[in-house]
Design a protein around this ligand. Structure first.
Ligand SMILES: Nc1nc2c(c(=O)[nH]1)N[C@H]1C(S)=C(S)[C@@H](COP(=O)(O)O)O[C@H]1N2
Ligand SMILES: [Mo]
Length: 416
C-alpha cells in the first residue's frame, strides 16, 4: 500500500467514524488568518531589552495561583493553589507553585541569613550562605504536597475545580546540599536521634524529623528549577524532605537542632493529625501515599471541541517511589484502561499520564487510579473513610471522579 492510499483510507475511515480529522481541510476559499498578512507581522516586535526577566504571554494571564478567601481567616496564614489544570509535563513553573505560610512571606537579604546546627553535636556550627555554596550539591526533582491537599473532599465533593481539590502540590528540580554532609560537618553524637528544623519567618515554624530520614535523602536547597528559591518558597534556604508531607519542608531554614527525642509538644504539627475511624488519632503520617488525578478534562477544563479525538491527561505521584502504572476509566469503574505514561519517571516526583481516545459525545464518569513502585494501589474515598472515618482533614489520596455531560461540562462528583 502506498502512503497516498493509506492516508486516503485513514481520512475516509476517520470521517466515517466522525473522528480522526481534527484540523480544518484547507479549502479553495482559504482562511484569512493564513492567506493574508496579519497585523503583528506588519510591525517590528519588542527588542531583546524589553523584558530582562521574562513573563508568560498576556494571553496566558489566566494561568495563576488562586486562593479561596473563605477557607482561612486571612491571606497571611493561608494557602493558595497551583493551576494544575492548565499545566502539562511534570515541572511546575516557579511563578505558579502553590504557597502555604503560617506567618506570611519572610523577606530579607541572604547576606543576613545564617543556618545554625546545634544540640547533640561535637561542634555547634553557624553557616553563612557563602559557606554553604562550598559544599557539594545535588539536583533532584521532587513533589511537595501539603497534607491538607484534597482535605475538603472528605465530606464529599466540595470544590469546583482540580486546582482547588488537588492544587496544594508542586514539583520542581531542587539544587541543594545533602543534609547528611552538613550534619557530618557538625558531628552528630550517637545519642542524636531527632532533628528539629526551624524557620526564620514570623511563625517560626518547627518540625521534628527522625535522624534516619535526615541522613537519607533530605536536602538543604537554595535553587528551584535552576534559579534562586522564590521568596514565597523559602528564599534563600529551605529543607527538602522527599516524599513527606509539606509541613516538614521548613522554609527560610535557620536552625537544625539535634536531640534525643522529638519535640512534638511545641509544634504546629499538633494540628496535622489524622483522625482514625475508631476516634483515636494517628499523630504522624509522614509519607504521602500514592495518588493521581485527571487534570483535563476537569471542572475548570471542560471539553469544548465536541465528540471525536480527545486527550485526557493527569498527574500521579507517590511518596514511596515511582508510578509505573495509572489506570483510567470512562464509565465510573466498569472498564479500566492503562493510561500512557509520558516523560521522566523519577522517584518521589510527579508523573504525567495521557489517555487518547475518540469520544462518542455520551456522558463520561472519569477516574484515574495510580499504582506505585511498592505495589500499592490508590484506594477509593470510601475505602479511606472506612479506615479513618469521614471527619479527617489530612491525607486524602482517594480516587477522584469527574462527570462529563454531553456538552463536555465537567463536575466534581462521587459515585459509590
Ligand atoms: N518556615 C515555614 N516553613 C513552612 C511553612 C511555614 O509557614 N513556615 N509552611 C509549611 C507547609 S504547611 C507547607 S505545605 C509547605 C508549603 O511550601 P510552599 O509554600 O513552597 O508551597 O511549607 C512548609 N514549610
Ligand atoms: Mo501544609
Amino acid at each position: 500500500m502506498s502512503n497516498k492510499t493509506s492516508r486516503r483510507n485513514f481520512l475516509k475511515a476517520g470521517v466515517a467514524a466522525g473522528a480522526g480529522l481534527v484540523a480544518t481541510r484547507a479549502g479553495a476559499e482559504g482562511d484569512p488568518k493564513i492567506t493574508s498578512v496579519q497585523k503583528w507581522a506588519q510591525e517590528l516586535g519588542d527588542g531583546v531589552d524589553h523584558l530582562p526577566y521574562g513573563a508568560p504571554s498576556r494571553f496566558e494571564a489566566d494561568t495563576v495561583r488562586r486562593n479561596v478567601p473563605w477557607l482561612t481567616a486571612d491571606p497571611i496564614s493561608a494557602i493558595n493553589f497551583t493551576p494544575i489544570h492548565q499545566l502539562d509535563g511534570i515541572i511546575t513553573p516557579n511563578g505558579v507553585c502553590f504557597e502555604r505560610h503560617h506567618g506570611g512571606v519572610a523577606r530579607y537579604d541572604p547576606a543576613d541569613h545564617r543556618l545554625m546546627i546545634n544540640g547533640l553535636v561535637d561542634q555547634e556550627l553557624i553557616f553563612t550562605m557563602a559557606d554553604l555554596m562550598r559544599f557539594p550539591r545535588e539536583n533532584h526533582v521532587y513533589f511537595l504536597e501539603c497534607s491538607a491537599n484534597t482535605g475538603m473532599e472528605w465530606r464529599g465533593p466540595q470544590m469546583d475545580g482540580v486546582q482547588y481539590t488537588h492544587g496544594m502540590i508542586h514539583n520542581v528540580m531542587y539544587t541543594g546540599i545533602p543534609l547528611r554532609l552538613l550534619l557530618k560537618e557538625a558531628g552528630v553524637k550517637t545519642s542524636g536521634k531527632w532533628l528539629l528544623a526551624e524557620g526564620a519567618d514570623s511563625s517560626g515554624l518547627t518540625r521534628s524529623i527522625p535522624m534516619e530520614k535526615a541522613l537519607d535523602d533530605c536536602l538543604v536547597a537554595f535553587k528551584m528549577n535552576g534559579e534562586a528559591l522564590r521568596p514565597e518558597n523559602g528564599y534563600p534556604l529551605r529543607l527538602v524532605v522527599p516524599g513527606w508531607e509539606g509541613v516538614s519542608w521548613i522554609k527560610w531554614l535557620r536552625r537544625l537542632e539535634v536531640g534525643d527525642k522529638p519535640w512534638h509538644q511545641r509544634e504546629e504539627t499538633s494540628k496535622y493529625t489524622d483522625l482514625m475511624a475508631d476516634g483515636t488519632s494517628r499523630r504522624f503520617t509522614w509519607e504521602m501515599d500514592a495518588k493521581s488525578v485527571i487534570t483535563s478534562p476537569s471542572p475548570q477544563m471542560p471539553i469544548t471541541h465536541g465528540p471525536g479525538q480527545t486527550v485526557i491527561t493527569g498527574l500521579a505521584w507517590s511518596g514511596h517511589g515511582t508510578i509505573p502504572q495509572v489506570d483510567i476509566t470512562l464509565d465510573g469503574g466498569i472498564n479500566w484502561h492503562k493510561a500512557r505514561m509520558d516523560g521522566p519517571s523519577l522517584d518521589k516526583s510527579l508523573h504525567r499520564f495521557y489517555y487518547d481516545f475518540v469520544w462518542d459525545g455520551k456522558p463520561l464518569l472519569l477516574q484515574s487510579r495510580a499504582h506505585d513502585s511498592t505495589g500499592y494501589i490508590q484506594p477509593t474515598k470510601d475505602a479511606l473513610r472506612d479506615l479513618r472515618g469521614a471527619s479527617s482533614t489530612y491525607h486524602n489520596n482517594g480516587i477522584q471522579t469527574w462527570a462529563v455531560n454531553a456538552e463536555g461540562i465537567t463536575d466534581n462528583v462521587e459515585i459509590s
